[in-house]
Design a protein around this ligand. Structure first.
Ligand SMILES: NC(=O)c1ccc[n+]([C@@H]2O[C@H](COP(=O)([O-])OP(=O)(O)OC[C@H]3O[C@@H](n4cnc5c(N)ncnc54)[C@H](O)[C@@H]3O)[C@@H](O)[C@H]2O)c1
Ligand SMILES: [Zn+2]
Length: 364
């Protein structure tokens, strides 16, 4: 088991990379005197992996309740927050429960937000079951829900007490979800780690299969990068955490413009990274061969790099809701070369429009 620290003073917590949940009760005992847990998940995840998580907790004397939400992005809604806090409060009595997010990023973002607002904050644990959750969304405390027209528009920074990444549960992940998680790993390589990027290029099939050694390496390395970024710039006040938004300005807009149904988050940001890479070359920040390396890897991983059958106008409209807009201008994360990015508002709007048209909407 490896233990990766997220260093945030009194709010520090570890990310455990492991192959079972057996150590969870012991870890929790260090954090809380509570023995009441609410596991928020999906019915299918509970059916497949529920025993592995609940068994050790119950054996250690925990009283565990479960709550399932539908498997789709639209579960990340204020209406769902209302339903969950309603259910929690009806059994509340005098006890403060620990919430456990047991699913992908949808369950993680939703549960974290409920934990932030329920009784002005209760402790929660992230037990992500998707690759995307383990490498990215479970770490860093960005929690929240979507509005119909704007992704992640209501939320908070609220750190979990613990992240437990059990690699064994990833085995049941469908191929599309593996690819989607791999998009975020490719992002880490592109923004911060040439060696990780080269590993992905060399061992792509093992990475897609989540072969044990590859899965461990991808998860551990990605967690280290994210933990460092979050430790340095928890609230994205500087430019450090903003780098993680590489590909997300366009990616989030693609998701919102298609009612969150068309692409997974990873697919949408793959297209977004391709647009950002083109733009980086167009404005003279990045050698063309470095951008081409990124696009080649995304495509080899089976991720989309274009979105022709979507309205460019709708994507542009959705981009205006991006929280990364500063003083009315988008804040772009541009590639400088594999392993390095820069954050800037100084992008000529015409160049951005051309980069968008190059991959999104009908070809011009
Ligand atoms: N908070 C953050 O910092 C952050 C970062 C990145 C992404 N996100 C958010 O994360 C969400 C995407 O997360 P996601 O990609 O995990 O998608 P998801 O949560 O929708 O999960 C994808 C699917 O995988 C299924 N699944 C989960 N675990 C499984 C398993 N072990 N075996 C088989 N199937 C399993 C789920 O039931 C679901 O249908 C988006 O809402 C995105 O905005 C948040
Ligand atoms: Zn993302």
């Amino acid at each position: 088991m490896s233990r990766i620290p997220v260093r945030l003073g009194a709010r520090s917590y570890p990310i455990l990379v492991t192959t079972s949940y057996r150590s969870l009760p012991g870890q929790l005992a260090r954090l809380t005197a509570s023995r009441d847990a609410w596991v928020i998940s999906h019915a299918s995840v509970l059916a497949r992996h529920g025993r592995a998580l609940l068994g050790p907790l119950q054996a250690a004397g925990w009283h565990v309740r479960t709550l399932s939400v539908p498997e789709r992005e639209t579960s990340k809604s204020l209406a769902m927050v209302g339903r969950i806090v309603g259910a929690l409060s009806r059994t509340a009595r005098m006890r403060v429960p620990v919430l456990v997010a047991f699913g992908g990023g949808v369950v993680g973002d939703l549960t974290g937000f409920v934990a932030a607002v329920y009784r002005r904050g209760v402790p929660y644990v992230q037990a992500p079951t998707t690759l995307l959750g383990q490498v990215d969304s479970a770490i860093g405390g960005k929690v929240g829900v979507d509005l119909p027209h704007a992704k992640n528009f209501v939320g908070a920074f609220y750190q979990p007490r613990l992240v437990v990444n059990n690699l064994a549960v990833l085995r049941s992940l469908p191929r599309r979800q593996r690819r989607s998680g791999l998009a975020e790993v490719i992002k880490y390589g592109a923004i911060a780690d040439r060696a990780l990027f080269a590993y992905l290029e060399r061992h792509l099939s093992g990475c897609l299969a989540l072969a044990p050694a590859a899965a461990r390496r991808l998860v551990t390395r990605s967690c280290r990068i994210k933990a460092q970024v979050v430790s340095r710039d928890e609230r994205e006040t500087g430019e450090v955490r903003a780098q993680l938004n590489f590909g997300h300005t366009v990616g989030h807009a693609l998701e919102a413009a298609t009612a969150y149904r068309r692409w997974t988050h990873g697919e949408a940001i793959a297209i977004g990274m391709a647009v950002a890479a083109d733009l980086s070359v167009a404005v003279g920040r990045c050698p063309a061969r470095e951008a081409a390396r990124l696009i080649t890897l995304l495509e080899a991983a089976g991720l989309p790099t274009r979105a022709r059958s979507v309205s460019r106008q709708a994507v542009r409209r959705a981009m205006a809701f991006d929280k990364k807009f500063i003083r009315g201008r988008p804040r772009w994360v541009l590639l400088q070369g594999i392993g390095r990015v820069t954050v800037t508002e100084a992008v000529p709007p015409a160049a951005a429009a051309r980069a968008l048209a190059g991959r999104i909407g009908r070809a011009t």
